[in-house]
Structures are given as C-alpha cells and as structure tokens.
Ligand binder design. Structure first.
Ligand SMILES: [Zn+2]
Length: 261
C-alpha cells in the first residue's frame, strides 16, 4: 500500500505511512480549532448569569461560580411534582417540568432577563439543549414527538426579533432530535372590535386568543408545549386547551424556570 522501501530516511518513511485522509482530517481539525479560538477572541462566550467570560469551547449557559448559585430542579424525574400540581383540575397533563427554580437576583433571573430584553436568543437555545438531555434521561419524555412553543404576540415578536420560547424549543429539539412546530399554535392579534370592548369582556375573550392551525397531522401525537417561565400557568393552560381540540393528543409541558407563587 505504501512505498516505504524507496524512502531516504525514517522521517520520509513515517510521513509516507500517514494516510492522506488522516492529514486532511488533522488539517481541518487544526483549522477549526484555530477559527474557534479566533472567534472566541473577537466574541468570547459569556456567562448568562454574571457576564463573565467562559473558557473557549465552553457552550454552557453559566460559569462555575453562577452554577453554584442556581437551583436546578429534578421535577422531570417524577410524574407528579410542583409543576403538574399547578395544573390539577385545569389541564390534563402527561408530564411537566421546569429546568430551574426562579428566584430574585439569581443568575437564572439575570439569564432570562438577558434572553428577553437584551437580544440574547442563544441563552434560550443553551438552556434548551441542557434540559433536552435531562428530559431524555428521565424516560418520561422519550415518547414526545414534537415541540410546540407558546407563541409571542406578533407585535412583541417583531420588536424583539425572536420568540424566547421558540429559542428554548430549538435547543430542546437539538438534543431530543425531534421537530419544533412553531407555526401550529397561533396567537391571534387583538382586533379593533376587541380593543373597544369593555375590560371584563376582553378578559372573557382571552379564551379565543390562541388557535391551532393544521391540526390534522398532530392527531394521536405526544406533544411538548414549552414556555419561558411558569408562574400561574394561565398562558400554558390556554395554549394547552387549544391543543387539546386535536383528537387523541397527549400533552406534556416544559419551561426554563418555575417561579414560586
Ligand atoms: Zn457567571
């Protein structure tokens, strides 16, 4: 295969032993690392909790210091937990979990603030990737077939440039290897007649704010509906009710954080 005998010295012989594919792979690995290092110099990865620089090649959301200050929930391991309890009698839920506990002035609060108001969509993706791994490990979410983010009001999405729940959904989808369906659930913009209605009437109309498009392919599927933070659960409940109009679906819920109420 290799012509070693004709080489003048040991070095030439050794080089001849290296397969051209190996050289090519080594070169590309070297080029990739150099490029990543260069990008890191220009745009260092920052911790979402304190803004400190993360080591090159580290795509974690928080630095070690902030990691010690965040409360990671393990509610994804149990079918009944604080999350599912909030939906008792309101929405039939298969499984539900949040990644973090939300508390004031915590790195989680700062990360979610950065995600929503400081043009940092990658924070949602990173939390999603991490949580996706945990959900798969728990077993309760292995049968999930698609992820549906709670839609943002269209006007808000235009202003922000992205929907933070969709970013979280994309991260989850990467590690869970299932699709994100972000066109299925729609938040209908308020109409002129709705804004003219009295306050109470408008509240009653909240039930009509979310709708489902192209419901037929969803029939019989296990869907994961996702939002940024769980507080009262009003939005997830409305979205969940809209999705339950699809025949035979099973519904699970996930958020980046759960707030104490
Ligand atoms: Zn930090």
């Amino acid at each position: 295969m290799f012509d070693i005998a004709g080489k003048r010295n040991i070095f030439e012989a050794l080089i001849a032993l290296i397969h051209p594919d190996m050289l090519q792979r080594t070169f590309f690995a070297f080029a990739r690392e150099t490029w990543t290092g260069f990008l890191h110099l220009l745009y260092p990865e920052l911790c979402a909790g304190c803004g400190g620089e993360l080591p090159a090649g580290n795509d974690a959301c928080f630095c070690l210091h902030c990691r010690m200050k965040v409360s990671v929930s393990d509610m994804h391991l149990t079918r009944e937990n604080e999350f599912t309890n909030r939906f008792w009698g309101r929405l039939p839920v298969e499984s539900a979990a949040a990644m973090y506990y939300f508390s004031r002035k915590s790195p989680v609060q700062r990360a979610l603030h950065q995600l929503k108001y400081h043009n940092k969509p990658e924070i949602g993706v990173k939390i999603g990737r991490e949580f996706g791994k945990r959900l798969l490990a728990s077993g309760l979410y292995r049968s999930v077939e698609a992820i549906i983010p709670v839609p943002l009001h269209p006007r808000k999405e235009r202003l922000r440039g992205y929907n933070q729940s969709t970013m979280f959904a994309r991260g989850l989808a990467e590690t869970m290897e299932i699709p994100v369906l972000d066109k299925v659930l729609v938040r209908q913009a308020y109409t002129e007649t709705q804004t003219r209605k009295k306050r109470m009437d408008r509240f009653k109309n909240m039930h009509d704010v979310f709708g489902v498009k192209k419901a037929a392919p969803l029939a019989g599927k296990h869907l994961l509906l996702v939002d940024d933070v769980l507080t009262t659960g009003a939005t997830l409940e409305l979205c969940g009710q809209a999705l339950l109009a699809v025949p035979d679906i099973r519904l699970s819920l996930a958020t980046m954080a759960i707030a104490v109420i």
